[in-house]
Design a protein around this ligand. Structure first.
Ligand code: MN
Length: 494
């Protein structure tokens, strides 16, 4: 069941060196976890094996797959860092350490500030591959959630997966991973809604498939007649959780949703995509407002396809998606395919493929990286490098510019808190107000009615919000402030 050959067969570029790395990691992980069992009683090794297999399926490189095998060894103290470096080199260990660090992040108050939590997660990961290993790790955990003894925890893990993990997979354009994470988490997060959605989908998709089959037969003949070569047609059934989200927007009315089952046509060129669209509209009447050209205007995560919805003429309505095979694999693998290129040190980027802007920026930035420690920067995540994400004691995330101080934090929470800072704790320790905050800090502000801002604070603020509020306070209380200054001194910490 857990044979390394299976992984090697899936691997995209299994040259001798890559097979050696992966096999060595397989053996080391197998030995390290040999005595461990999961909560469900299964051998622990199955968890890391499945993580590595998911990474191989995403066409990730050998080092990433190796790190997938070894991702729990450091945290569990099964192999020392020194031994790992000796055996696998710094790059693999950097990835393992990143995954370990990410695992320690707690998502207190998940329902609040989820967008900031996602950013914190990405910023902490530092490297795309760390992020993807963590997603693959989570996928196996959520697939085996049944074995978790606590119902409350099962629910929390499932919701966290839907709120934090799958949106990141989506952002990275890895549609397959996003869908798998969501559909495995959905029944545990919202059991009732899951049941209802499943029933609706089953009834609806049966009817829909009947219409689709007719459309497909007609279309195949027509495509052959018009000499469109290599066109393949297929169904895609809408993923359960994404259907649920759409139902929520439509008062749970399934008849408003036309893409429960969609016909998917894959052709070889972009020109053929538009020709096929023309052929379809020539035979069937399209629903107005439902034609979407994601080829000319890709979605932010890079997704490309043409979508149209047609009246089948006998009462049915069917969505059709048209794309090239390249767009198809891009939609499934997203950034993962670009990373494999990078790890293999292939100088070519992803060819003429159109990348999402943020990926392009990332790749451009990497080209300019020189000097020592290069591999660390190789696939470094840069888009949040100017931000820090810190927690309130309640677990809310506050998103601040880099080099922000406790004063900036206090004003970001509330003007009153900023105007009455008496002292502060960072990670439970007293800290002076000019302390610069770093990612993941938990910041607690102690206020006093008698405490007030001083103009000295302006030296320690980074945000315009804090600067403005302090100036406003001074303007309002200017004369009072001067008179109070000797008193205020007692409250100042620097
Ligand atoms: Mn794990």
């Amino acid at each position: 069941m857990t044979d390394v050959k299976e992984i090697i067969e899936i691997m995209k570029s299994p040259n001798k060196k890559n097979i050696e790395i992966v096999t060595k990691a397989y053996n080391a992980a197998f030995n390290a976890h040999s005595m461990q069992k999961r909560l469900s009683g299964e051998p622990y090794f199955e968890h890391v094996f499945d993580t590595a297999r998911t990474l191989a399926k995403l066409s990730m490189g050998a080092k990433t797959i190796a790190a997938g095998f070894l991702h729990d060894t450091l945290e569990d103290g099964l192999i020392t860092k020194d031994d790992l470096i000796k055996e696998f080199g710094e790059e693999v260990v950097f990835l393992i350490e990143g995954v370990t660090k990410l695992g320690k992040l707690e998502y207190k108050g998940v329902e609040r500030h989820v967008e900031s939590l996602r950013k914190l997660f990405i910023a902490t990961a530092q490297d795309m591959r760390v992020l993807i290993i963590r997603l693959a790790d989570r996928l196996h955990n959520i697939k085996t959630l049944k074995g978790h003894p606590s119902e409350e925890k099962r629910r929390r893990i499932a919701i966290e997966t839907l709120e934090i993990f799958s949106p990141i997979a989506n952002r990275l354009g890895i549609g397959k991973l996003k869908g798998d994470l969501e559909d495995n988490a959905f029944p545990y997060a919202y059991p009732e809604e899951y049941k209802k959605t499943k029933e609706l989908l089953n009834t609806k998709s049966k009817v829909n498939k009947k219409y689709l089959e007719k459309v497909r037969r007609t279309l195949q003949k027509e495509l052959a007649k018009q000499d469109i070569k290599d066109a393949t047609t297929d169904y895609r059934i809408k993923r359960m959780y994404s259907l649920y989200k759409k139902l929520l927007l439509n008062n749970m009315d399934i008849d408003e949703i036309y893409d429960t089952v969609a016909l998917r046509i894959v052709v070889s060129t972009v020109g053929d995509c538009y020709r096929v669209l023309g052929i379809i509209h020539n035979i069937w009447r399209p629903l107005p407002g439902k034609i979407k050209d994601y080829i000319a205007n890709p979605k932010p995560n890079g997704y490309q396809s043409l979508h149209t919805t047609i009246f089948t003429g006998d009462g049915g309505i069917v969505e059709i998606q048209i794309r090239t095979s390249e767009m198809h694999s891009e939609a499934e693998h997203g950034i993962a395919s670009h990373l494999a290129y990078k790890e293999a040190q292939n100088k070519k980027t992803a060819g003429a493929k159109k990348e999402p802007v943020w990926i392009k920026q990332l790749l451009d930035w990497q080209k300019n990286v020189t000097g020592t420690g290069e591999f660390l920067n190789n696939l470094k995540i840069d888009f949040f490098k100017d931000r820090v994400f810190v927690f309130t004691p309640k677990g809310d995330v506050i998103d601040l510019p880099e080099d922000s101080s406790i004063i900036d934090f206090a004003y970001a929470v509330h003007t009153y808190i900023g105007n009455h800072i008496s002292s502060a704790k960072v990670n439970c320790k007293m800290a002076s107000l000019n302390t610069k905050l770093t990612n993941g800090d938990i910041v607690e502000i102690i206020t006093k009615e008698s405490a007030h801002p001083t103009s000295k604070w302006l030296k320690y603020t980074k945000t315009t919000l804090a600067t403005k509020r302090i100036r406003a306070y001074e303007a309002e209380n200017g004369s009072k402030l001067k008179n109070l200054l000797p008193n205020i001194g007692r409250h100042r910490l620097f």
